[in-house]
Design a binder for this molecule. Sequence first.
Ligand SMILES: Cc1cc2nc3c(=O)[nH]c(=O)nc-3n(C[C@H](O)[C@H](O)[C@H](O)COP(=O)(O)OP(=O)(O)OC[C@H]3O[C@@H](n4cnc5c(N)ncnc54)[C@H](O)[C@@H]3O)c2cc1C
Length: 391
Amino acid sequence: MRTAIVVGAGVGGLAAAGALVRSGWHVTLVERGDRLRGYGAAQFIWPNGVAALQALGLSLGDVAFPFATGGIRRPDGQWLVSSAPGVTGGSTAGEPVVVHADDLHDTLMAGLGERLEIRTSLEVTTLRLTGDRPAVGNAKHTFDADLIVAADGGRSVLRRRLAPEASVASTGYTAWRAVVPWFRSPAVQANGEMLGAGHRFQHATLGERGGSASATRGGIYWVATVPGAQRPESPAAQLALLRRWFEGWQSPVPELLEATEPGDLVQQPGEELRSLPRRFGFPVGSGAVVLLGDAAHVAAPALSQGACLALEDAATLAAVLRGGAPLSSALDGYTLARRDRVARVAKASRRLGSVLQAQGLAARARDVALGVSSGLLQRASATATTWTPPA
Ligand SMILES: Cc1cc2nc3c(=O)[nH]c(=O)nc-3n(C[C@H](O)[C@H](O)[C@H](O)COP(=O)(O)OP(=O)(O)OC[C@H]3O[C@@H](n4cnc5c(N)ncnc54)[C@H](O)[C@@H]3O)c2cc1C
């Protein structure tokens, strides 16, 4: 039986581990956290992410809720792009669904099956690229396998070793996300998106207030993006800052921030990988190491595509390995199928981010341009969502 070690139990690692188990591999999943959990409040999963889940034999079922805003407004409520295709409005490229991070996590966990070894509280610090098979480990343990899947996120220690040419850079903005549970949330039903000078706010309903039993993690998800670096203050002080920055914005922005508690907040820096790794697969003796998810490519968050791309990676890896294909040809197939694709999405997301987060005069120019044509938004989301799973 072929053996694999998957490092990192985020969306990418869980999806890859499940796919390998279902293909008959013996898989060990290694995570530095003390338990496996969902992270990031909630996620937009675009049609390409849904297609990748389907290719992996998984489905979000009734924990995914449609997200359409009908357009984008200014902080004063005026429409910038009204009832027209937009980044998150109805577009020819399709609309995303929104899913609670814990529900996405549960979906991926359900796909793991039972024939898998899970090691938590184990931080990988070493990678051995000599000998017949690759190995990972730390000061105490070393584990080797036919295949190592590096799914250890944007700050991947494994990528640093395999592809030192790729480095993480700031996009110049920071995001905060939260899910306000129904019992605390203001009376907002609709989804929405607003753009100010440098500031962006999106909100999406996770099910209905008092809705079906399946919406156990129901509420209102919001994402606020603000220029500048991460804030070192306590979550309570960060929340106070957010309330100040978004003061005077059209309802329901202030109400949602008022209903948010410090413990709901997830702060994340906007980052991207400048110069992608030259390849995503590395032969080692008769074995191999592959980079997957944010470990391979971190795209600026403007298009909300990172988790979807990680799911695409996992579906592609499963496809190239299908039928016991030799690892060397599978590696080439994996890089070929993924590198150009993620480079295109990363570029579109970077461009879109610089437009959406424009400040000062550039923001005014953006507002005029968006009022005339929402083509940029449509093109960016079409680039990202147009993807067919490999046969
Ligand atoms: C503000 C914001 C909003 C976003 N919204 C969306 C969205 O709506 N939709 C979407 O598709 N994407 C979105 N993304 C991107 C998405 O969250 C990420 O791309 C995705 O989570 C990447 O998954 P991953 O599994 O590759 O990495 P991660 O989620 O980072 O998981 C890596 C895992 O590896 C573990 N790990 C790390 N190092 C080690 C080590 N040395 N040893 C062992 N374990 C290790 C970590 O603990 C973690 O569990 C957003 C990103 C941001 C910043």
